[in-house]
Each structure stands twice: as C-alpha cells, then as structure tokens.
Design a protein around this ligand. Structure first.
Ligand code: NAP
Length: 287
C-alpha cells in the first residue's frame, strides 16, 4: 500500500456527516494526508466508532463535534464550536445528508430532506465563511448527486407540501446543492475561496436505511453491486486537496473529472432566487 502524500499538513478541515459512509472515508483519507480534522457527527455510537478509525489514520489532532444538522440551532451550534476550535478553516466538506421515505418536518418547520441536505450546507457555509477567508486559500466541497437529474426544483413548494416522493425530494435537495455551489462561486469570485460540487458514485453506505426491514434488506442486496465508501470519498478528497483544482470554482465533478450538471441545476437565475429564499429561511444574510 502506498503512503498518502502529506499535502494537508498544517491545514484544518471540517467534514460533516463523518460518522458514516462517504464522510467517514473522506475524513480518514484527509487525516492520513496530515490535516487537522474537525469531524461533525450525530449518532453517538457511530461517532465513537468513526472517531477511532479516523484517529488511527491521523497524523494530527482529530476533534469530534456532535450536532444535529436538521435544526438551524444545531447548525449554529456546530459553527460556534468550530470557531472555538480554530481561527482559520482551510477546507469545509459539506457532506451530511439523508433520504426520507416519508415526509417529516424539522423543529423549524421545514421538510427534513431539504433542511439537512440544503439548508444545513447553506447556513453552515455562511457562518463559517469568516474562518474560510482567514485561511490562505479556503476550499468548500459540496457533496451533491447525479440524483439531481430527476429533481427539478419547485420554488413555490420547497417543503414539498403539495406532493412527496422520496426520490424526487432527494433529487431536488441535490439540485439545491448544485445551485448553491453555482451562486456561491459567483459571490466568491475575486476572493481566495473556491467552491466545487461532486457526485461520489453509487456507494454502499447507510443512506436510505431505516425504512423498515424489507427496504433495509433490499438495500443490503443492492449494496453488493455498489462501490465502497473509500471509492466514494475519492472525488471529495481530490477537491479538498489536489493542486489540479487550485483556483477552480463553481464546477461539478464525477470521478475527479469535471462534468456538466443538468440544465435546471446550472440556471443562474434559479440559483439567485433559491439563494434569497434560503437566506430568509435560515435567517442569515451572507456578507
Ligand atoms: N451513497 C450514495 O450512493 C450517494 C450517492 C450520491 C450522493 N451521496 C451523498 O453523499 C453524502 C453522504 O452520504 P452517505 O451515502 O455516506 O450516507 P450515510 O452513510 O447515511 O452518511 C450520512 C451522514 O450524514 C449524517 N447525517 C444525517 N442526518 C443528519 C443530521 N440530521 N444531522 C447531522 N448529521 C446527519 C449521518 O449521521 P448519522 O450517522 O447520525 O446518521 C452520516 O454521518 C450525502 O450528502 C449523500 O446525499 C451519496
């Protein structure tokens, strides 16, 4: 086995959703490259297991930040804790995500998939921007999905009150990731911070689990044909660390190569309108 390059030495990295799947493998990979890791997790047992694995690979300190990102208060608590732990953030990997079989609302009253997959990325990034600006060349990595292709956004029904279909709602949240990435890149142009999005591949993970024994069993069978979390982490690690993407911003990657998202996910006007609605929802005006 080759030893990973120490190209992230002296850099501080936050990975959300690092207790499981792709986020956990991303955190292990970045820790092995010498980064000082801040890892956000939620479920205590999964956090403990993941932390042990990440620390075993690490060459610098690894700190756990426990937070539930389904609530705006949880996202704010995470950002405050990051602020206590560091004066500068070199890389932010927005990765935590869910799929919901049935419609649920959060304590703030938002549909849960949209809240965790989009609003948490949006608010967390906004709150952490000053720390990213304080780094020599901050990088934001947004884990999106090819599922965006069947998730055209309806700005009049962001909480899917009119109709709910799990795959469509998940796809919409991933379209929101790409529109967020696009508008964020436009706003960050001329600064030292870049932002890029990616699809990790079809990866064996806990995503979609908890829908009942039948669905979970089916997922396990399908999982046999999927790629490993380590394979799923490659593009996130590439965007977080490679000199090849220095200065690249607002783009979408699959297998470490640039790809074009669906037309509805690269519509600048839609991106601006979603931005305004997101600011209202999270109660944060970006600088
Ligand atoms: N797997 C795929 O094939 C695939 C394909 C395309 C895109 N993606 C994207 O990849 C990312 C990671 O997913 P994964 O496949 O690795 O799934 P996963 O194994 O279920 O991991 C998801 C992570 O997000 C965390 N999370 C979920 N809800 C949260 C909440 N309310 N507050 C805080 N953390 C929360 C989970 O914490 P707990 O451990 O506490 O649940 C876990 O750490 C997601 O953004 C997903 O949309 C996955």
């Amino acid at each position: 086995m080759t030893t990973p390059a120490r190209d992230l030495e002296d850099k501080t990295v936050l990975v959300t959703g690092a207790s499981s799947g792709i986020g956990r493998a991303t955190a292990v990979g970045l820790a092995a490259r010498g980064a000082r890791l801040l890892v956000q997790g939620r479920t205590p047992e999964r956090c403990a297991e993941a932390l042990a694995e990440i620390r075993a690979a690490a060459r610098a300190p690894v700190e756990l930040i426990q937070a539930d990102l389904a609530s705006l208060a949880g996202v704010r608590a995470m950002a405050e804790e990051v602020g206590r732990q560091t004066d500068a953030l070199d890389v932010l990997v927005n990765n935590a995500g869910v799929t919901m079989v049935r419609r649920q609302t959060t304590s703030d009253g938002f549909e849960r998939t949209f809240a965790v997959n989009h609003l948490a990325y949006f608010l967390g990034t906004g709150l952490l921007l000053p720390l990213l600006h304080a780094a020599p060349a901050g990088r934001i990595v947004n884990v999106a999905s090819e599922a965006h292709r069947f998730g055209r956004l309806d700005l009049d029904d962001l909480d899917n009150e009119k109709r709910f279909s799990a795959m469509r709602v998940y796809g919409q949240s991933k379209t929101a990731n790409l529109l967020f990435n696009l508008e964020l890149a436009r706003r960050l142009a001329g600064t030292r911070i870049t932002t890029n999005a990616l699809h990790p591949g079809a990866i064996r993970s806990n995503l979609g689990r908890g829908g009942g024994p039948l669905l979970d069993g089916l997922q396990r069978v399908i999982g046999l044909f999927m790629k490993s979390p380590e394979q799923g982490a490659r593009t996130s690690i590439h965007l977080a660390s490679s000199p090849d993407v220095e200065g690249t911003s607002g783009r979408y990657f699959i297998d470490c190569a640039e790809r074009s998202p669906a037309a509805h996910a690269r519509d600048p006007e839609l991106a601006r309108r979603l931005w305004v609605l997101s600011e209202e929802r999270v109660g944060l005006a970006y600088p």
